[in-house]
Design a protein around this ligand. Structure first.
Ligand SMILES: Nc1ncnc2c1ncn2[C@@H]1O[C@H](COP(=O)(O)OP(=O)(O)OP(=O)(O)O)[C@@H](O)[C@H]1O
Ligand SMILES: [Mg+2]
Length: 571
């Protein structure tokens, strides 16, 4: 008998028909549809949506779609055959053409409204009607849910055309931003950080849109040219796509008593969130107010852990508004993100983002989103003083829990039994002054160097370093000696191996992405595939060739270059 790998015993989806028995539309069937919506989903113009959790929307297919990539590892987890990704039916469906999907799959998807808070402050200005009723999934359309091997996944097309929430924009995503999101999601998953996942990526061979971007080598902060780019549709999957902003939308309506069903809609979306993301963690038999308190507590734990993990791997989300903060506590919206190269606490790849969303300010940004989340739950607790008090306590303790997560994370990166404030503070100063490449520094330290020579591999050598290299080297030596004294009681192999699990060898720097998406735009996917291969095993040493190419300092001439070092709104 042939030996079977464990994956082969799972569901086996080799053709679109095989998805039929797994497909599920319980989001549409259990939540409220906008009563004013047209059930065929044919409305694509901006309009106000006053109530309901979703609007049915038919995606707008891309012209002449072509397969670019799929995630082999997610396919394996889902029991999808790799060949499926390139089959005509699959490419059609995941390029926005639902017209041929086999019954009882539906020919219409759904888009959701959500509210926006920036750093804890409520906004409606981004909505074209200034009311918040026209803001939400402007180009993201979910097309089905599927329960596979006991786990529920929602599949969502990004760039699938206009929805009532498109705010007058085209509803498209370009290949450049789609390649970035596609690769980053799978990299993040391989880094062990909770995230939405990438299913597939298709491009149009003929349809293009114009976007502001940077001229070759431009050092401008703002884009200085308009370029024509191929449109693409990536499909991402997650247990749900509920955002903090979504809970806020229904809460704002309930707070203002905007319509008779407002409170019920808030309760329904919160219970849906619990069902999708916190099932098994929260007792289903409890009253809603008590569930909401437990929800806040569990979300606090996930959110603080998520942000500590982002910092562990050098990730800056860039635009950590409440509408980009998944209420399930995972990473969502890889638009203006970046993985830092030279360590800088203020690192912020997105020129529109501001310091409040910069690298080491992410715990604060998370706290603000958490504040928005707790405020959004409050209308459900109005008559429950004890629950309100508990919620306030949970909110008040956010900074303490965040700090604990951060200290545990730094201790793990440094292989220490406990956080050491003085050692860390001197390290942070040295990392900034030298500055070091964040990834390379921690990975080199994970090999437990006897002296600072191996660490030099991570030194960029900025102005402070160049002014007094001996002085800085001496401080590095003193720091290393102190670190060694704090770790010498551990077995070297065990320490090194543990540190190498906390400190990835490879991270998806923007300057690796630039040539990959440029090449992809001309139909050559070789670099994209190579990056996919390398970045989905970020802790492995990999070959010498890979190491030479991807484990090195960013060339100095790329610092300050638009696209490679900073970017304007991603789309
Ligand atoms: N080209 C576009 N067409 C329509 N809507 C858009 C477009 N670009 C952005 N939006 C909408 O603008 C809002 C803010 O944009 P943002 O960059 O956070 O989102 P995004 O990258 O489209 O989405 P997501 O958060 O779903 O990953 C979102 O509501 C988004 O749907
Ligand atoms: Mg977004």
């Amino acid at each position: 008998m042939l030996k079977r790998s464990p994956q082969e015993t799972h569901s086996n989806v080799a053709a679109l028909e095989d998805l039929v028995s797994l497909a599920d539309y319980s989001f549409m069937d259990t939540l409220n549809c906008d009563p004013e919506a047209n059930a065929t989903g044919s409305e694509h113009s901006p309009r106000q949506v006053f109530s309901g959790h979703y609007v049915p929307v038919k995606p707008t297919p891309m012209e002449n779609p072509e397969y670019v990539a799929h995630s082999q590892s997610l396919f394996r987890e889902l029991g999808f055959a790799d060949s499926l990704a390139q089959s005509d039916d699959f490419v059609r469906m995941f390029s926005g053409d639902l017209s041929h999907v086999p019954e009882p799959m539906r020919k219409v998807g759904w888009a959701c409204g959500y509210a926006l808070s920036i750093y804890g402050n409520e906004f409606t200005q981004q909505c074209p009607f200034q009311t918040g009723n026209g803001y939400g999934d402007g180009r993201a359309i979910s097309v089905l849910e599927a329960v596979i091997n006991g786990q529920r996944w929602e599949m969502q097309l990004k760039g699938a055309g206009r929805t009532p929430y498109c705010r007058g924009a085209d509803g498209r995503a370009v290949l450049r931003s789609s390649v970035r999101e596609f690769l980053a999601q799978e990299h993040m998953n391989a880094l062990g950080v909770p995230t939405s996942r990438s299913l597939s990526l298709n491009v149009s061979k003929t349809e293009t849109v114009r976007r502001p971007w940077y001229a070759e080598g431009s050092r401008s902060m703002d884009p200085d040219v308009l370029i024509s780019e191929p449109v693409a549709i990536s499909t991402r999957v997650a247990s749900s796509f509920i955002r903090v902003g979504q809970i806020e939308l229904f809460s704002r309506r309930a707070r203002r008593n905007e319509h008779p069903g407002a409170m019920e809609e808030l309760e329904k979306i919160v219970l849906h969130l619990i069902d999708r993301e916190y099932n098994g963690v929260i007792d289903q038999t409890l009253p809603t107010a008590e569930k909401a308190v437990l929800l806040a507590k569990e979300f606090r734990s996930r959110l603080t852990s998520l942000v500590a993990n982002w910092i562990r791997v050098g990730y800056c989300q860039g635009n950590f508004n409440s509408d980009n903060c998944a209420a399930g506590g995972f990473t969502l919206d890889y638009g203006p993100f970046g993985f830092c190269d030279a360590f800088d606490p203020h690192y912020q790849p997105w020129t529109g983002g501001g310091q409040h969303f910069s690298f080491l300010n992410q715990p604060m940004a998370a706290e603000r989103n958490f504040y928005s989340f707790c405020s959004a739950l409050k209308p459900l607790l109005a008559k429950h003083t004890d629950c309100l008090r508990q919620l306030d306590e949970i909110q008040r303790d956010f900074p303490r829990v965040m700090q604990e997560q951060m200290e545990a994370m730094w201790a793990a990166k440094l292989g220490l039994d406990a956080f050491h404030p003085d050692l860390f503070s001197e390290l942070a100063t040295l990392m900034m002054q030298t500055p070091v490449d964040y990834t390379i520094f921690f990975r080199e330290l994970s090999s437990l160097p006897d002296d600072i020579e191996p660490l030099r591999k991570s030194f960029y050598g900025g102005r402070t370093y160049v002014a007094d290299p001996e002085g800085l080297d001496q401080r590095w030596t003193a720091w290393l000696t102190k670190w060694q004294s704090l770790t010498e009681h551990r077995s070297r192999e065990e320490l090194s191996s543990q540190m190498k699990h906390a400190n990835p060898k490879y991270s998806l720097k923007e300057w690796f992405l630039v040539p990959a998406y440029q090449q992809a735009a001309s139909g050559n996917y070789a670099m994209l595939r190579e990056l996919q291969q390398v970045m989905t095993q970020p802790y492995a040493e990999q070959s010498e060739r890979v190491e030479k190419k991807y484990y090195r300092l960013k060339p100095l001439e790329l610092f300050g270059v638009g696209g490679a070092s900073h970017l304007s709104c991603s789309s």
